[in-house]
Design a protein. Structure first.
Length: 221
């Protein structure tokens, strides 16, 4: 199915939504999308609510429109709520922020203080936020390999935007990413940085570099 015009897909270096908002009529090429599960279906008079599990790169708006076409009725997406992404789950999210109005000052606009529900002091909020943080290498949707010692020295060029030959790293299972054909991806966790690499022909090409230290116990292993 083709992505919706109001999406972040790049066309000639510009996002589709930017061009669509300027009145351009876009014809986006179809992309593979995988619907893995549909459950908790509730049918109303003019709407259907459901919980879906889909692959990366799936556009629910396109799916809703396609379902309408197949049954011969106009359809569109009325609302979308993401419940999970990879190993991240909404049920483990930090409680919502709450606001409290500060005392008004003469001639000044009203001011508010944001805080975590149930955490009165800044120290309590900090503790709860730090406890909820997850290291990037623990939540990526593709394999993460820790590299240390001589291997890290040999691959350090990836941290500076250089490519390495395909045989320098073991191949990984194909994944689908928005804007790319099916390609092998993995992340290399150096002692002081995490780099995401993509197999591009005969080379591993760096895509993202995050300057985040690996856990000490793991980095030394």
């Amino acid at each position: 199915m083709p992505p919706p015009a109001y999406s972040a897909v790049k066309l000639e270096g510009r996002s589709a939504h930017e061009r669509a908002r300027k009145g351009e009529v876009l014809a986006l090429a179809p992309r593979p999308m995988e619907l893995r599960f549909v459950g908790e279906i509730e049918v109303g008079d003019d709407a259907i609510d459901a919980t879906c599990a889909v692959s990366k790169g799936t556009y629910i708006r396109s799916l809703a429109e396609e379902l309408g076409r197949r049954v011969g009725l106009p359809a569109h997406l009325g609302g979308l709520r993401r419940l999970a992404c990879g190993s991240l789950d909404l049920g483990e999210a930090v409680p919502v922020l709450v606001s409290a109005r500060l005392p008004d000052l003469a001639g000044a606009p009203p001011k508010f203080r944001l805080g975590l529900e149930g955490a009165g002091t800044r120290e309590a909020m900090r503790t709860r936020l730090e406890a909820a943080l997850r290291a990037p290498g623990e939540v990526l949707p593709f394999p993460v390999r820790r590299v240390v010692g001589a291997e890290a020295d040999a691959l350090t060029g990836l941290l500076h935007g250089r490519v390495v030959s395909a045989d320098a790293l073991p191949a990984v299972a194909p994944t689908l990413a928005e804007g790319h054909e099916a390609a092998a991806r993995q992340a290399l966790w150096f002692p002081d940085a995490l780099v995401v690499v993509r197999l591009d022909g005969a080379e591993w090409r760096p895509e993202k570099v995050l300057h985040v230290a690996a856990p000490a116990a793991e980095a030394d292993s």
